[in-house]
Design a protein around this ligand. Structure first.
Ligand SMILES: [Zn+2]
Length: 179
């Protein structure tokens, strides 16, 4: 939250201020509002509260105490940042159920196949590359979506294979082929 900007959130005006970190402003004159004591003269007795502008007397009825409303505003502004963040899905992280290495006759290439069980169902991963080279290809086959894909950051599958075919249970076919 930047200190030189007023944030309008759910039709209320909020600003970052040195005094109590964040202030709710009167919509008429931008004066920071203060929380009134409730009818028993006790702040903190009921859930909601009334806030009032000390200048013009404008009032808001809030469903929560002003302190909570302030921290809710900060949470909602945080959420906008969080929504843009990369997600690491620990729950969905794959558990290998099968791992198999395949060797070629001339030993120039390597390939390994792994079947992972994830929350989204099984996924087949093929790692392949030229021995002695750091870059390898990663090919993913997902039966649930009947798709074969590869990681574009890595080596291209067609650098290693001339053709890769994935055939799914409904007889649909996905192919990566050297053009
Ligand atoms: Zn006012």
């Amino acid at each position: 939250m930047e200190s030189d900007k007023i944030y309008v959130l759910k039709q209320k005006h909020w600003v970052r201020s040195g005094r109590s970190n964040i202030e709710l402003l009167c919509p008429n004159d931008m004066t920071p509002m203060r929380q009134l004591e409730d009818e028993w003269g006790v702040v903190g007795f009921v859930d909601g509260c009334t806030v009032m502008c000390p200048d013009c007397g404008f009032e808001y009825k809030l469903k929560v105490k002003l302190d909570i409303a302030k921290s809710d505003v900060l949470s909602m502004l945080d959420a906008q940042k969080f929504q843009k963040m990369e997600m690491i899905d620990v729950d969905g992280i794959n558990t290998p159920v099968l791992k198999k290495k395949v060797s070629t006759e001339d030993e120039k290439y390597f390939a390994s196949v792994q079947i992972n069980e994830s929350r989204r169902g099984p996924q087949l991963v093929v790692y392949a590359g030229k021995k002695g080279q750091k870059e390898k290809a990663q090919i993913f086959v997902t039966p649930e979506t009947k798709k074969m894909s590869f990681d574009h950051k890595d080596a291209k599958p067609t650098d290693i294979f001339t053709k890769i075919t994935a055939e799914f249970i409904d007889e649909s076919v996905s192919e990566i082929r050297k053009s």
